[in-house]
Design a protein around this ligand. Structure first.
Ligand code: SAJ
Length: 416
């Protein structure tokens, strides 16, 4: 059976681009979203998140009548769940959004449907999803119990796209497809082959779950290595940026870039899912998380030491986003650093973030002012570079000549 109508549950950073791309390939797509505001925005052909070209693709899909957002699930041939999986308490994965999505789609499921979990999940979550579906629909059979013979197929196909390049990577990246049975994998592969130009690689659900977590943990461990090196270099009076450049000339060495810490809702979260499932074994993964989590505190200490040299410190934080050239401030170490500088009253605090129009409340209420690059450079005697936005890289080096600078991104060495 071919797929005519698909439903995407959760129209956020992953779900909305996925829905729009399937719609642009001629499928009828029903997007289900809990936020009424987002539903209205999308149905008006607009977007509620910033991602290059997404507005254009969503407008095209909505205008063509292929994409529609709703608050309640409707029948479809395939359901793709793309809801958040944060952690709670002691880094325990919070699967409540998946559970709520499962319970809501279960009511409209029918024999022959396919359910896909796209959300990054701990090992075992896809089987749990199948159990939740079965609990609501005892009249249907599911693969955790009936394998190949199940009425409904269930698979995990983790999203792997990079914020800022989502539309491109959705199509070009290889895709890991892990079904609860080989037939589930086969059905899910048929679906993804409609949009993916990369390879669809078959595995089982547990391996697919751990593969996604491994990718982000690999990156986290490598960034922790770079962040640790940066503090070693400060201790030994070596320029870490030059060090990384030199060591990376070795054919088998590729050190990542140190920074102010690791942000975003993926790399700073997913490794904890491994630590939570295998606490005795995941020693390095846990340590990397701790090193990266401590880096913002280290940067605040550096700023305090520098600002203490001035009678009246005016500190400009360059960048608030969690990485360059995006507007996403969630889980951003730059935000935490800026907030801590203001909270500890180290000096007057200015923030420069060209990708936002208004300062988040948690900074505004602590007296931080959102200013332009030029105003910051006029008023500040201390500069903390937290994000290497393109617009900062274009600044002439001499603008920073008379400032005291904490450069967490190695920006100064890239200015001319
Ligand atoms: N960072 C560094 N140094 C580096 C690279 C990154 O400090 O050398 C920092 C960034 O500034 C940022 C954080 O790490 O704060 C994460 O940024 P990122 O660009 O490495 O990754 P994300 O979180 O935007 O997206 C990741 C991607 N995973 C991998 O590259 C393995 C993406 O492919 C995943 O789909 C995404 O997580 C996700 O949704 O899981």
């Amino acid at each position: 059976m071919t797929f005519k109508t698909i439903s995407v549950i959760g129209l956020g950073y992953i779900g909305l681009p996925t829905a729009a791309v399937f719609a642009s390939r001629g499928l009828d797509v029903i997007g289900v979203e809990v936020s009424e505001k987002a539903v209205n925005t999308i149905n008006a052909g607009k977007v509620h998140i910033v991602e290059p070209d997404l507005d254009m693709v969503v407008r095209g899909a909505v205008n063509a009548g292929r994409l529609r957002a709703t608050l309640t699930p409707e029948p479809a041939d395939a359901f793709m769940i793309a809801v958040p999986t944060p952690f709670k308490g002691d880094h325990e994965p919070d699967l409540s959004y998946i559970e709520a999505a499962a319970k809501s789609i279960a009511t409209v499921l029918k024999k022959g449907d396919l359910v896909i979990l796209e959300s990054t999940s701990p090992v075992g979550a896809t089987e749990q999803l199948s159990l939740w579906l079965a609990a609501t629909r005892p009249d249907l059979t599911f693969p955790h119990a009936c394998g190949e013979l199940a009425d409904v197929q269930v698979a995990h196909c983790p999203e792997r796209v990079l914020p800022g390049k989502v539309l491109q990577e959705l199509v070009s990246n290889d895709r890991i497809i892990g079904g609860l049975s080989p037939y589930c994998t086969e059905r899910a592969t048929e679906l993804y082959e409609l949009i993916v130009a990369g390879e669809c690689i078959a595995t089982n659900a547990r391996t697919a779950e751990l593969a996604k977590l491994t990718e982000n943990s690999f990156r986290d461990v490598n960034i922790a290595f770079a962040n640790e090196l940066s503090t070693i270099c400060d201790q030994l009076d070596v320029n870490v940026w030059e060090l990384v450049r030199l060591t990376n000339r070795h054919p088998r060495v590729n050190v990542l870039n140190p920074g102010p810490g690791v942000g975003g809702h993926c790399i700073a979260v997913d490794p904890w899912f491994i630590v939570h499932s295998a606490p005795e074994q995941a020693k390095l993964i846990r340590l990397a998380r701790e090193i990266n989590n401590n880096k913002p505190l280290y940067v605040v200490d550096q700023v305090r030491d520098l600002a203490d040299q001035s009678k009246k410190p005016v500190i400009a934080c360059f960048g608030l986003a969690f990485k360059a050239d995006i507007d996403d401030l969630r889980e951003s170490p730059a935000m935490d650093i800026c907030e801590a500088i203001a909270e500890q009253q180290i000096g007057e605090v200015l923030a420069v973030e060209p990708n936002i129009g208004e300062l988040p409340e948690r900074l505004a209420e602590k007296g931080v002012e959102l200013v332009s690059v030029n105003e910051a450079l006029e008023r500040a005697n201390t500069v903390v570079i937290l994000v290497d936005h393109k617009s900062f890289i274009r600044l002439p080096k001499e603008k920073f000549a008379a400032k005291m600078v904490v450069d967490t991104r190695g920006l100064l060495s890239r200015l001319s």
